[in-house]
Unconditional design. Structure first.
Length: 290
């Protein structure tokens, strides 16, 4: 005979006792932990509080792990993962994202970004900015969302004007006489200048299994891809530099410097002298034609 102390009842057989435990409102068992609670709400509290359970109380649903539970809360219960806060609806959560200083949120796109730089890049993209920067190359009618994008187009050598990165660098040397954005110590003029050097690889770059760059020793499957690598700014001297004394970050291309300024990362964009100087450089690029 089996006895239930909680209910003060005797049962003739063990199956009868088990049936009682399984069906009685006074027995609420967590099978995983083998704990019997006298009230359903106590069992739910156990599932919510225990680190061994991934349980959604509003939905009365169990998940395999906490990551699945968090994905469920985020998609179904207007939950902010970073702040661990629930909101009455998605509108409340969106307002939280918009007003909170710890979130990088684009309200028009309803998109949350991981970092301020990612959000700024998104806001500077063609999604939010018009393509009103015209290419300065002769015969080219392409437009861009930023000066840096236009200069990157020229440096890439794909512009119909025939302008490439070497030509852009040459013109910047002519305009930046006071070396505001360039380092004269790294701008040795003449054919031997590293900043003017162009590297090419031949079949001799084959090392037995791939084409190897003798400068950085990275390997490539084909010779054209290796030469594309050698023609990139990767191995050029970083003679461009941020004008801000507290920054002075170096760059190997003018477009990279422009991206740095446009990102507003170091605050250099706020200074009038920088704005005037960059305006002069870009304005002078109206004459960037062969």
């Amino acid at each position: 005979m089996s006895f239930c102390g909680r209910c003060d009842r005797y049962f003739r057989t063990w199956p009868a006792f088990n049936q009682h435990v399984n069906n009685s409102a006074s027995h609420n068992i967590c099978d995983e932990c083998d704990i019997d609670f006298s009230d359903w709400s106590d069992l739910q509290d156990h599932w919510v509080e225990s680190p061994y359970h991934s349980y959604c109380q509003p939905c009365n649903e169990h998940f395999d792990d906490d990551e699945e539970l968090e994905d469920h809360d985020e998609s179904g219960h207007s939950w902010c993962r970073q702040c661990n806060r629930f909101f009455a609806n998605d509108y409340g959560r969106r307002e939280h994202y918009r007003q909170s200083s710890v979130h990088f949120y684009c309200a028009p796109c309803d998109h949350l970004f991981q970092a301020a730089s990612n959000l700024q890049a998104h806001l500077n993209s063609s999604i939010h900015r018009p393509r009103n920067v015209k290419c300065r190359g002769k015969g080219c009618d392409r437009t861009f969302v930023s000066v840096s994008a236009m200069i990157l187009h020229l440096e890439g050598g794909k512009c119909v004007s025939g302008i490439d990165r070497t030509y852009v660098d040459q013109k910047v040397r002519e305009y930046d006489r006071n070396n505001i954005i360039t380092d004269p110590s790294r701008m040795i003029t003449g054919s031997g200048s590293q900043s003017n050097s162009t590297y090419y690889a031949t079949k001799a770059a084959w090392n037995g299994y791939a084409f190897e760059c003798y400068l950085c020793h990275h390997t490539y499957n084909t010779l054209p891809i290796l030469n594309q690598h050698l023609g990139s700014p990767r191995h050029q001297d970083k003679f461009y530099l941020c004008p801000l004394n507290t920054c002075r970050t170096r760059f190997s291309t003018l477009s990279a410097l422009c991206q740095h300024i446009e990102s507003e990362r170091c605050g250099v964009h706020r200074f009038r002298d920088v704005k005037d100087m960059m305006g002069s450089v870009v304005g002078g690029m109206n004459r960037l034609t062969y």
